[in-house]
Design a protein around this ligand. Structure first.
Ligand code: ADP
Ligand code: ASP
Ligand code: MG
Length: 468
C-alpha cells in the first residue's frame, strides 16, 4: 500500500516521541508499504517563531536572538540523543543553523521596518517544519531507513492567501508526481514538511495553523495514496476534547461528512479543510496515537452509520463574537440580510453561523473576534441611513462567546435531540444565546458564553451518555 503518515507536533516534539516514530515508520516499511511521511515542527516551535516575529514588529530587538537559542537548544539536544557527537549531527545542525540565521535576519528586517507582512510571517512560521524534516531524516537514516528530506514548497502549489492558502489541486498533483517519482523508484521514504507550500511563482505560503493535516491529505490525493494515517497524541477522534471531558471515548468510525463538521466546528484533532481532499479521492483516513500505536484509533471513510449513538461528538469553537442587527423597522427594509452579508463579505470576513429570529426583528451572526471591530464598522456604514431613521435600533457586538456543535449522522431525523440538548443545558442553568438556522443534517449548533462552554460540553456529553 501507499501510505501517507503525518506526525503532529507532540509526536515529533521529544526524544521518546521520536523513538516511537522510528518504530512506526520501520514497521510499515518492513511490511513492504511505500511510506511518505509528513511532519510538523517540534511542539511549541511554530508558536515561538510567530511570537518572535510579532515582538520584532512591536520593537523588541532581542527576541529573535533569544528565540533562536531556545529552538537551537531543542534541536541540539534531540540530535545529540539520536546521532551522538558525529559528522552526521554536525551536518544536520549546520542546516538548522542556516535556517535560524535566516530567521534572525528576517526578524531584524521586520524590526527595522516596524512592519510584519503576511508574506514574511509565512516564511518565518514555516521554518520549524523545514528544520524538523532535516532532523527526522537523519534520525531515520541512522536507523537504517532510507529517508530523504523534501520541502513541500516543491510539491504543494497554492493561491497567495498568506496564512490560510488553498491548494491548486491539478498543479499540486503534477508537481508532486514529478518530484516524488524518483524517490519512489529508489524505494526511499520522503520526509515532507507539513504546513508549508508555495504559490505558482514560488512565493512561500502556509495552509493555516494545524495545517500539516491538510498537507497530508493534499499529498494523499496527489499521489493517490491507499490510506492516510494521522499520528497524534490521542486515541483518535473522541466524543469530546479529552482535556475538557476526561471520560471522553474514541469513536471507532466516522464518515467524511461527520468529521468535516467536527473539524469545522473546532475539534482540533483535524484541520478544518483537511478532510476534503481525502473525501474527494475517497481515501480512508485513520487517526492514530503515536504513544499507543496498537490502538485502532478512528477510521474515517464513506460509511454513514446511524446505528447506536445518534449524537456522536460535541465540539467548541472559541474566540468568537456575536454581531446582532436589530430593530422593529427591520421587516420593512428590502434585502436587509443580503446587504448585511454582502458588506461583511466585502471586508473578507467569514461568517461561522447565522441565526434569525422568526419575528424578523433581528439577525445575528458569529464572526472571529479578531474581525469583529471591522465587521461592526462596515455594518454601521452600510446601515447608516436606517440607523438614523430608527428603522434599525442598533448593531451590537458581544465578545467572549463560543459555538458549541453537537454532531452525529441522522440526528435531524431523530425527534427530541434538540429538546434533550436544551434540557441538559437548562438543568445546569446555562443560557443559550442563539441557535443556528438551517444547519446541516449532521449537527445542531448553538451559542453560549465562553465561561460556560466547558460545563455545557460536559452536560451534553453526560445527557447522551457518550462515555458509555
Ligand atoms: P497534532 O500536533 O498531532 O496535530 P493537535 O494538538 O493539533 O495535535 O490535535 C490533537 C489534540 O486535539 C488532542 O490532544 C486533543 O486535546 C484535541 N482535541 C480536541 N477535540 C478533540 C476530539 N474530539 N477528539 C480528539 N482530540 C481532540
Ligand atoms: N506547525 C504548524 C502549527 O503549529 C502546523 C501543524 O502543526 O500542523 O500550526
Ligand atoms: Mg494539529
Amino acid at each position: 500500500m501507499k501510505i501517507i503518515m503525518k506526525f503532529g507536533g507532540t509526536s515529533v516534539g521529544s526524544v521518546p516521541a521520536l523513538e516511537k516514530v522510528v518504530g512506526i515508520v520501520r514497521k510499515a516499511f518492513d511490511e513492504g508499504h511505500q511510506v511518505i511521511t509528513v511532519v510538523s515542527a517540534m511542539s511549541g516551535v511554530t508558536n515561538k517563531l510567530i511570537e518572535a516575529a510579532h515582538q520584532a514588529e512591536a520593537g523588541d530587538e532581542a527576541i529573535a536572538r533569544r528565540t533562536r537559542r531556545e529552538i537551537e537548544e531543542k534541536h541540539s539536544q534531540t540530535t545529540l540523543a539520536f546521532l551522538g557527537q558525529s559528522t552526521v549531527r554536525e551536518a544536520v545542525m549546520a542546516e538548522i543553523q542556516a535556517l535560524l540565521d535566516e530567521f534572525e535576519l528576517l526578524c531584524h528586517g521586520i524590526h527595522v521596518l516596524g512592519e510584519l507582512t503576511p508574506r514574511a510571517l509565512d516564511v518565518i512560521s514555516g521554518m520549524g517544519e523545514r528544520m524538523n524534516v532535516r532532523q527526522i531524516t537523519a534520525i531515520l537514516n541512522v536507523n537504517n531507513l532510507p529517508a530523504l528530506p523534501v520541502d513541500a514548497t516543491a510539491l504543494i502549489v497554492t493561491d497567495n492567501r498568506h496564512g490560510a492558502a488553498s491548494p491548486l489541486l491539478e498543479e499540486t498533483a503534477r508537481q508532486t508526481r514529478i518530484t516524488l517519482a524518483p524517490c519512489f523508484e529508489r524505494g526511499q521514504i520522503p520526509v515532507v514538511t507539513g504546513f508549508i507550500a508555495a504559490t505558482q511563482a514560488g512565493v512561500p505560503t502556509t495552509l493555516g495553523r494545524g495545517g500539516s493535516d491538510y498537507s497530508a491529505t493534499i499529498l494523499g490525493r496527489a499521489i493517490k495514496a491507499d490510506e492516510i494515517w494521522i499520528w497524534t497524541d490521542v486515541n483518535g477522534v473522541m466524543t469530546a476534547d479529552p482535556r475538557v471531558v476526561p471520560n471522553a471515548r474514541t469513536i471507532p468510525q466516522l464518515s467524511y461528512a461527520e468529521v468535516g463538521e467536527l473539524a469545522y466546528f473546532g475539534a482540533k484533532v483535524l484541520h478544518p479543510q483537511a478532510i476534503r481532499p481525502a473525501r474527494r479521492a475517497e481515501i480512508p483516513v485513520r487517526i492514530l496515537n503515536t504513544f499507543e500505536p496498537e490502538h485502532p484509533g478512528t477510521l474515517i471513510n464513506n460509511r454513514i452509520d446511524t446505528n447506536g449513538h445518534v449524537v456522536k461528538a460535541i465540539t467548541v469553537i472559541k474566540n468568537l463574537s456575536l454581531i446582532t442587527v436589530a430593530g422593529t423597522g427591520m421587516i420593512g427594509i428590502p434585502g436587509v440580510a443580503a446587504r448585511i452579508f454582502s458588506a461583511v463579505a466585502r471586508i473578507g470576513s467569514s461568517v461561522l453561523m447565522i441565526s434569525q429570529s422568526s419575528s424578523e426583528q433581528s439577525i445575528c451572526f458569529v464572526v472571529n473576534t479578531t474581525e469583529s471591530p471591522a465587521v461592526q464598522a462596515v455594518l454601521s456604514e452600510e446601515m447608516a441611513r436606517e440607523l438614523e431613521r430608527r428603522d434599525l435600533d442598533e448593531i451590537s457586538t458581544q465578545d467572549d462567546i463560543v459555538i458549541l456543535a453537537v454532531v452525529g449522522a441522522g440526528m435531524q431525523g431523530t425527534p427530541g435531540v434538540s429538546a434533550r440538548v436544551f434540557g441538559a443545558l437548562g438543568h445546569f442553568g446555562i443560557n443559550v444565546i442563539a441557535i443556528a438556522q438551517g444547519s446541516s443534517e449532521f449537527n445542531i449548533s448553538l451559542v453560549v458564553i465562553e465561561g460556560e462552554a466547558d460545563e455545557a460540553v460536559r452536560a451534553i456529553h453526560e445527557e447522551f451518555r457518550l462515555h458509555a
